[in-house]
Every structure is written in C-alpha cells, then in structure tokens.
Ligand binder design. Sequence first.
Ligand SMILES: [Ca+2]
Ligand SMILES: [Ca+2]
Ligand SMILES: [Ca+2]
Ligand SMILES: [Ca+2]
Ligand SMILES: [Zn+2]
Length: 564
Amino acid sequence: MIRNFVTWLVAAALLCGQSQAPDPKWDRLYPNSEVLEMMRGYERAYPGWVKVESLGKTSAGGDTWLMTITNPKTGDAASKPGVYIDGSTHANEIQGTETTLYTVNFVLKNYGKLPRVTEFLDRATLYVIPMMNVDSRERWFSQPSTPNFPRTLPVPIDDDRDGLMDEDGFDDLNGDGEITMMRKKVAMGHGNFKLDPKDPRLLVPIQQNELGNYLMLGFEGSDNDGDGQVNEDPYGYVDPNRVWGDGFQPRYVQAGASEYPLQYPEARNIANWMGAHFNVNVVMSYHNSGKLILRMPGARSQKPMSPVDLRVHDFLGKEGEKILPGYRYVWVAPVLGDSYGSSADHTYGRVGAFSVGIELNAPQQDFNNDKNVSPDEVLKFNDELTQGRMFSDWKPFKHPQYGDIEIGGYKHDTGRSPEGFLSVEEYHRNAMYVLFHGYHLPKLSIESPTVTKVKNGLYRLHIPVLNQRMIPSVSGIVAQNRIHRQDLATITGAKVIASGIVDDPFLNKVQLQEHRPERLFVRGGVDGVSTKTLMFLIESQPGKVVFSYDSIKAGKVSKEIVLP
Ligand SMILES: [Ca+2]
Ligand SMILES: [Ca+2]
Ligand SMILES: [Ca+2]
Ligand SMILES: [Ca+2]
Ligand SMILES: [Zn+2]
C-alpha cells in the first residue's frame, strides 16, 4: 500500500514537475543566456510542440536559434502555413526579443483555452528567432553600451579608412559600466549650448542672439589612436538589415552593407532556412523605436509591390493601427528614407512572404498632452515614475583631450526599450498583432462540387475552393516571379481528360491548361476571402474520386467526390 502510494507520488511528481513552463514576469530585459534557457524551458515543458534548433553559427561564435511551434498532432510544421517573427536584428533594439518570447508564452499557455489560439496552433506554425544579431546583443548587456550602440553585426570595419579596424570606440571613462554623454562648460561665447534654466541637467541650444557657455562633446570616450578624432571607429559597423539579397546595394550606395549579399551568417542562416520553408506566409521583424508598421520596398527606386500584395498589406497594416494604438502603418522608403538589402525586402522578394518591420514603442509620458514628449518630460518621467533610475547625474571628470568635463546622461537600457512596469502592454498588443496575422493566414476548404454526367463514363466537375481569410494562398510576388511552384490541383481515381480554371460557371468559360491536365497548376492560387472554381473533365465509372488541392503556403486539403 505504502509502496503503491510512493510509486504514485513519484509518477505524479514526474508528470507535473516534468517541466514547468517558464513563467517570465516581463518586467525586465533578458540577457541571451536567460533567453536561451527560456527557449529550452518551453521545449522541455511542451515536448513535440516546441523545437529549438541552431540554424548555424554566427559571426562571433554564437548560434542562430530558431523555435518552431505547432500542434504536432495536426500535421508537420512545414506542411502548415507559417508565421515567422524575429527580434534584435539591430542589437541595441533589445525588446524585440522579449516581444517574440511573450508571443511564444502566450500561444503555448492559451492553447485549448482560447479558441483562436487553439485554431492557430492547430492549423499554423509559429517560427521564432528571438535573437537575430545574437553576439552583439550579448555585448549590449555585458559591455558598456548606449541606447543606440551596438547596433552592428560583430564584424570589424575600418570606418575612418585609416587602415585600422575598430581602433577608437566609446570608452567608459568613469568606470560606471555605462557609456553616457560628455559636456563641457566653457567661457561665455565659446559654446553653442546653455544650461536649461528649468533644469540644469539639460542643455538647450542657444538662439541666434544668445551667447553659449556649454559644448556637447558626444558619447563618452577619448581619442584612443591620437588621430585628433574621438570615437571615430567603434565596434562594427555592418548593418544586419542592409546585407540581405533582394535589393542589395554595395557600401558606396548603402552605408552598412556587406561586401556581397548574405555574406554574414546571421542573415545567411535565416535566408537559407527560409528558402527551404516557403510555407512562411508572414514575416514580422521587431525593431525600435517609433511606433511604425513598415512595409516594403525599402527604396523608391525598387519595383513597386504587386497590387495583389499591396491590398493585403494595407488591410493588415490598417488593422494594426487599431491593435497597436498610436502606431502608423507606412511605406518605409518615403518616411525613413531609402534603404537597400533589408530582411523584409528579401523575405518578400525571395520567399513571397508578407514582410513587415515593426518599430516598437518605449512608452514615456506626455505630461502636458501636447502630443510631444519633450526632453524635460523625459526627465520628469525619470524622476517621478522611475525614481531616477534612468538618468546618471552629471559628474566632473578630467578628460585626456578636453580637460575638465562632466559625464552623465541616460543609461543604455532607457529610451528605446520600455520601463518594466510598462512593457507588458507593448508586448501583449504586438503578440496579438502576430495572432491577427495568424488568423488571416490562408484557410482553404473545398466546397460542394457540381458534378455533371456528360455521357456514360465521362464527368465534368466544377469544384469551388474557398479561402476564408485575407492572405491569398499564393502571394502576388510568388505568381509574378515564380518564386516557388504554384498551387496544384489533382484528381485521383479517374483519368483526367481536361482541366482548367473556371472564369464564368454560367457561361461555362474555362481557361484550360494545355499540357498534362492531370496536374492543374492554379496560378495565383486562391485570393483572400474568395473562391476559385476548378474544372476537371474525367473518365470514370460511377463511384468515388478524390480531389486534392496542394498549396505550399496554405497547406493541403482534399475531398471525396461521388460520381453518380
Ligand atoms: Ca579605423
Ligand atoms: Ca561611463
Ligand atoms: Ca581617434
Ligand atoms: Ca574612444
Ligand atoms: Zn532596427
């Protein structure tokens, strides 16, 4: 009896303790080791549902970690339409990682509880790369950094063309673990700033008719190589979002580009993997900041987006403005300037996915409601809402080149990433926007066919294929550039004499496929929220045949059809 009880206890302990899923509080940013532990934790807690794998090594010895999440009982991951999300392409744009992890946590914990989450994991696959630029993200945590630095891939570049690479970066002169700002008081008339009369922690630029007595000297550091310039060649710079294949331009056109497309493994690992996963319909990459949903193309000189795809992007983007209040859905090029070789251009142009960049928000406070958060309001936020956590007060320092200066300013984990107490709403809304895309993944069903007996042993079938959701089963760019094979319709159990796409069922207008009618290629697939009717003329005895519709992006459906 006791022994049975003990056995039961052990079994129960094994079952529940078998792996508690991670339960992050989301009130802080997670360094890479904790992110990876969290990913592994979900994998252990949801065996078969979550797979964590490395797509390959990265430039400084890390790994491109991918999570694949789906209900394994409803089909293989690759057979289902996919949503791909990633974070920390720009290494300083940290909370993209937490946004992806929040999404992971939400879908896993709400499967079976919330119908739309359940539908999502049953019929779709979520692919997640929480840390694209993994090595530099680690560096942001472990070495003195700023809100803007490092953004680069971990690749040394001779920015000032003096033959040396990364020889003069930022320096943590005062040893507080942060790279903050330097300012210097000078004789009246020698500066272009003055102290803000409302708050001496701030400098304000002088007006035309004023004399200034302060200089802003930029981010903390000294002239390490004695060339008369301070911090002119820091760590990097190769921009991980200017190195992709589609639309690539060399460095003399696009600053931060690599020497050739996909030169660095951070991008190449993902491009190679996604090139073998054309089931990816949606790509969402998290950046900060600015509250923007950015659609491609990256530059005005590139070919405009296919009208079919633009319509879908516009729908998803406009709805995004509602799910993410204050965010604006825009075409990136006229708003942020032309850029070449971005991941969104690549994954749209080479994979045919609906790809957007999302510029996340780090909410602060507009105390006087004038729709602008001014520098003094940021300081007020620092003082009243964080009790001074964000800002290091100015302190005197003896600088090797500038003499007596002051060092102070905002710490690296402020400004671009949300304060812990405000992060959950940001992550949650963005996760819900991922699920909105998930909901609108193409969802195909075969409606009731019309079967006409032409004569004994010869039937004509009109088979409507319905797509219930907004994303087409083949995107416009896939159809246009033949990125991967079109949707394929087949009949098994009969000899196919002719097949085609029905333009008008009443007038019996059909675009016939000239060759091999037994494999009907449905160019352009089934548009969002619409039906495409297919015609098959088949030789068969009365009985049953099976119609199958196989879409790389929308999955496979089939239906038995009875011939009278
Ligand atoms: Ca140099
Ligand atoms: Ca410092
Ligand atoms: Ca220098
Ligand atoms: Ca320096
Ligand atoms: Zn970015």
